[in-house]
Ligand binder design. Sequence first.
Ligand SMILES: Nc1ncnc2c1ncn2[C@@H]1O[C@H](COP(=O)(O)OP(=O)(O)OP(=O)(O)O)[C@@H](O)[C@H]1O
Ligand SMILES: [Mg+2]
Length: 353
Amino acid sequence: MTRPLLSLQNVKKCFGTIAAVDGVTLDIHENEFFALLGASGSGKTTLLRMLAGFEDLTAGDILLEGTSIANIPPNRRPVNLMFQTYALFPHMTVAQNIAYGLEMDKLPKAQIKTHVDEILQVIQLAHLAKRKPDQLSGGQRQRVALARALVKRPKVLLLDEPLGALDKKLRGEMQLELKRLQHEFGITFIVVTHDQEEALVMADRVAIMQDGALLQVGTPHEIYEFPETRFAADFIGVMNFLPVKVSRGAAHTSNGTRIATDKPLDLPDGSAAVAAIRPERLHVGIQSDNMLTGEITAIAYHGLDLLLHIMTPLADTPIISRMTADVADHHNPAVGQQITVGWSARDTHIFPA
Ligand SMILES: Nc1ncnc2c1ncn2[C@@H]1O[C@H](COP(=O)(O)OP(=O)(O)OP(=O)(O)O)[C@@H](O)[C@H]1O
Ligand SMILES: [Mg+2]
């Protein structure tokens, strides 16, 4: 493995008695699209601000290509931060907004024009170069803010909730746009979001942050399919949890049915646990390693698929099963029906309760 671009070593930030960032150790590689995901107050912005140099470290170190940058001021770091609430200068045109940072760096005028023209092409706003921010849509403003950050060609671009202000459809488009820009510019992106779907769509790797610490770091697939803790399982996507008890080395539901898993349980007999299964892993009409029966109490229609709420004697809350539109056409599920769903041992995760 090549040397990491950024290396965070036991990074800590305290505000008085609050540890906003509490011992983060993490390597980020060149050209990586890295997403930081976590609930409000988990320390995401604080971590970005330390990377950018706006907060000093209470403990630990940050290395860029092997050299500490902990004591280098923000303007001398090859790191650019796009703030959670980005602000364009209202009295300047799109082009002037983008050029501003380069003018501050005292680049020659001709060079500034070349850079600005180039990036206007990339973000596909050349035709709006002379407009003022209040003459743009939200998505266009967002792209101008991005262009302003990208035009300085930082080694690392830090983006704090870059798509937070956009509606759902535009968000989806901009997620792909961000990926494209990152690829085209070959810049390392660290993006903060509290939208887990967004993190899975955009990032090469995702970190889940909780109370200032990293709970799990991995590819979107690893994070989604192999959560290491109950919190991670619950935080990402939808997850069903069935209360179980461990006996004779296996998990059993409250009615004594043994839950088949593909890994041996590392929990003592007698301990309480939960079996976690994703809704899309529960199938109707297929003989599986594990089966359960219940009554459909609600159906949420999503177009592409349906989410069936199935009340069973095994849990206090309904089990959610995802049924694709073609399967639904075949089975015609209805509220009040009894239904049996099954899932494989491989798709069962067991966590301590
Ligand atoms: N300047 C500060 N002084 C004191 N406490 C702070 C300061 N900045 C942040 N905190 C606290 O540190 C913790 C982490 O805050 P941070 O802004 O990093 O969270 P976040 O993950 O970015 O949350 P959000 O998703 O709401 O933006 C919070 O408890 C916050 O109240
Ligand atoms: Mg924040």
